[in-house]
Design a protein around this ligand. Sequence first.
Ligand SMILES: [Zn+2]
Length: 373
Amino acid sequence: MTITKPAQEQAFSQKASPEMNLAPLGAPLIQKADSNLLGALPPPQPLPAGTAVGLLEEDEGDFELRQQVAEALLGEICWDSPSLGHAECPGASKHTTEGGGPARIHIDGAANVHCFHQSCSAVVEEFNRELRRKIWQAEAGGPIGTHTVMTPAILARQAKRREVDALRPMWEQWFMGVVSAPLNPHDLFRNSPTDLNDRTTDDRFDLLRLFHPADLIWTGEVHQSTARNFAEAGNLIRERRVRTHFVSTATFKPGTTRRTKENVLHRRFMVVESDELSLPQQAALLWALRTEWQLAAVVYSGGKSLHGWFRWQDAWNTQEAQLELKARLETYHCDTAGLKASQPFRLPGVLRPDTLKMQSLIYLNLNHSHERR
Ligand SMILES: [Zn+2]
C-alpha cells in the first residue's frame, strides 16, 4: 500500500528532503531571534510570582467557593469528597414515596443535584439552574449568601478573577496582532536550536531528553495504565524501547501504576495547542510566546495541531497563576487540557494511526530541558 503525503507533511517526516530549503508561500521568514515581526509586538504581561506549591486540576480550586454556594442554597450538605456530597432533596415536599436515600450533589463541571425520586424532578431541575447561576455569579465575584464565610482563600480567588477579567482585552489585542502575521511551521524547524535536519536522530528520544534521566514518566496509549507504562526517561533513551504514541508531561512518584493527578510528582512542561487555529497561526503564537515562556519543543501532532512544550515554571504552582494561565489559553483559542498535570500528549517519531502521518518533532531547545538543573 502506498501512502501519498501532502508536501508539508512530507517535509516534517523526511527532514533531509530538499523541499525544506524552499521558501514558504508568502509567509514571513524568521531568520533571527530579533526579527522585526517579534519586535513589533507588545510584550506579554509577566505572571505574578507565586509562593505556595501545589498541584491543581481544572476547577479544583473553586470547590471551597462552590461548596459554600451550594450550602447557602440547599442547607447542610455532607461532603464525601471536595466535589461530591449528599443532602436532603430540594423537592422533598413533592416526594410521594419513602426511601431512596438523600439527593446526590456534585459541584465539579456543571454542578448538579440528582434525586432518586421522579415526583420532584421539576423542582430539582429549577434548583439546578439556580445553583449553576449562583456559582457563576460567585465565581465572577458576586455575593454568595447571607451566611457565607468569606475565607481569605475565597476572597483572593475572587480578586484574581476580577484581575484576570480586566486583563483579557489586552491579551486579546496581543493575540490578534500575533495571528495576523502567520508563520510557516517550517520556520520553527529552521530555527530549532538543536539541528533536527538529521536522519540519524530519533524524534522519540530527542523529546525524552527534555526530562531529567531519573524522571519517572508515563508512555503508552491513552487508556493504558499499568506499571509497565512507567519508566525512567534515561532508561527509555538508553534501551530505545518506546513503541507507543503518547507521553506524559509530568513525572510520577516511585512505584506508580496509574496515570492520575494524585500520582504526579513534578510538573515538567505545559503544552499549548489549538484545534481552532491554522498551523501557521499556531506557529506564530508559539513563536511569540517563546519570548515570555521557555519553549523547549514543538511537536507536530500528525493532524491539525502544533504542540508547544513550555518548561513548567515554579511560579505556576499556585491556583492564582493557573487561573491566569487558563484565561490566557482561552483568549488565545487554545486547549486548556495542557494545564492538567496527568494529561498525555502525542510522542513524536511515530506514525499516527488515524491520519497515517508522522507525529514529528519540529523544534527542540535542550537549554530548557530538566537534564540541567
Ligand atoms: Zn427528590
